[in-house]
Design a binder for this molecule. Structure first.
Ligand SMILES: Nc1ncnc2c1ncn2[C@@H]1O[C@H](COP(=O)(O)OP(=O)(O)OP(=O)(O)O)[C@@H](O)[C@H]1O
Ligand SMILES: [Mg+2]
Length: 283
């Protein structure tokens, strides 16, 4: 499943190889492998419970895999703690919005930037010592780039709790961007959004790549969006990669059709995968 490295070529930005993750006796991921090329938009799709969020949590270091490896810029980060991965350039948002609802948009975004500051978040929030000096730089950076870019200027002082769901998702993206990531990981960026909000978010994702040079790895259920935006699609089902490739290739794959796109006998595929899982002592 892995592509052979070309001598002299730089490695893929992110390499997930044979990753296995178990909760108690249940395997959430089994031998998951794929590469994320620098500058690409890569999408992970799959039915509910396929393991997509677990995969994201493993890549960002919240879950420890029971097997396999994760490499970032060629460096093995499998055992690197989550905060350090964020500092290395892995920025992410969460499937269920994880903003501080009582805080303003601006303060939430600042928390993302603090992944890179020497002062800890709580000191920084008290505007003490070094934080005060870093604050000025921080404010410029955030105001001039991220807030303008995501068109959230009008709500910068609003408490997050007062915002629509679509705007909250945008603020979450702003906070992830404030980490100045090399890879931006978005878990269902348009879930629960109306059509206009979805189109805005799709445009922001394309612009993040074009204007900021950020590589994007996203989990998304919206097939139209996945097919329009992605360079590479990875399909997970029951914790295994059942297909990957160009959007058109994946869409044409009959197994994917059965598993996910609703055209065919899903039951048959489930039985097949369940049998494979049972054979591995998983189910
Ligand atoms: N912290 C956890 N403890 C135990 N089991 C978990 C945990 N997180 C996920 N799982 C299990 O792992 C499997 C994969 O779940 P996961 O949330 O990764 O799926 P998903 O593909 O993101 O689904 P969805 O599309 O609904 O978001 C499920 O069976 C889930 O119940
Ligand atoms: Mg999920």
């Amino acid at each position: 499943m892995e592509t052979k490295p070309i001598p002299g070529a730089s490695p893929p930005l992110l390499q997930v190889d044979g990753v296995t993750l178990a909760f108690g006796g249940v395997k959430a991921l089994s031998g998951v492998g794929f590469d994320v090329q620098s500058g690409s938009i890569t999408a992970v799709i799959g039915p509910n419970g396929a393991g997509k969020t677990s995969l994201f949590n493993t890549i960002s270091g919240f879950y420890k895999p029971t097997g396999g490896s994760i490499r970032f810029r060629g460096q093995d980060i499998t055992r690197v703690p989550a905060p350090q991965r964020a500092r290395l350039g892995l920025g992410r948002s969460f499937q269920n919005i994880a903003l501080f609802r009582g805080m303003t948009v601006l303060d939430n975004i600042k928390l993302g930037r603090h992944a890179h500051l020497k002062t800890n978040v709580f000191d920084a929030l008290l505007y003490m010592g070094r934080a005060r000096r870093e604050e000025a730089e921080l404010r410029r950076d955030i105001e001039e780039r991220i807030i303008d870019f995501l068109e959230i200027d009008h709500i910068r002082h609003a408490p997050v709790a007062a915002l629509s769901y679509g705007l909250q998702k945008r603020v979450e993206m702003a906070r992830a961007l404030a980490m100045q990531p090399e890879i931006l990981m978005l878990d269902e960026p348009v879930a629960g959004m109306n059509r206009e909000e979805t189109e805005d978010m799709a445009r922001f994702i394309l612009d993040v790549r074009a204007e900021w040079g950020v590589t994007v790895l996203m989990v998304e259920h919206d097939m139209g969006m996945v097919m329009d935006l992605s360079d590479h699609v990875v399909v997970l089902n029951f914790g295994q990669v059942i297909a990957q490739g160009l959007p058109a290739q994946v869409q044409a794959d009959p197994e994917v059709g059965r598993a996910y796109l609703g055209s065919g006998d899903v039951g048959e595929l489930r039985r097949k995968l369940q049998a494979a899982a049972t054979a591995q002592g998983v189910a």
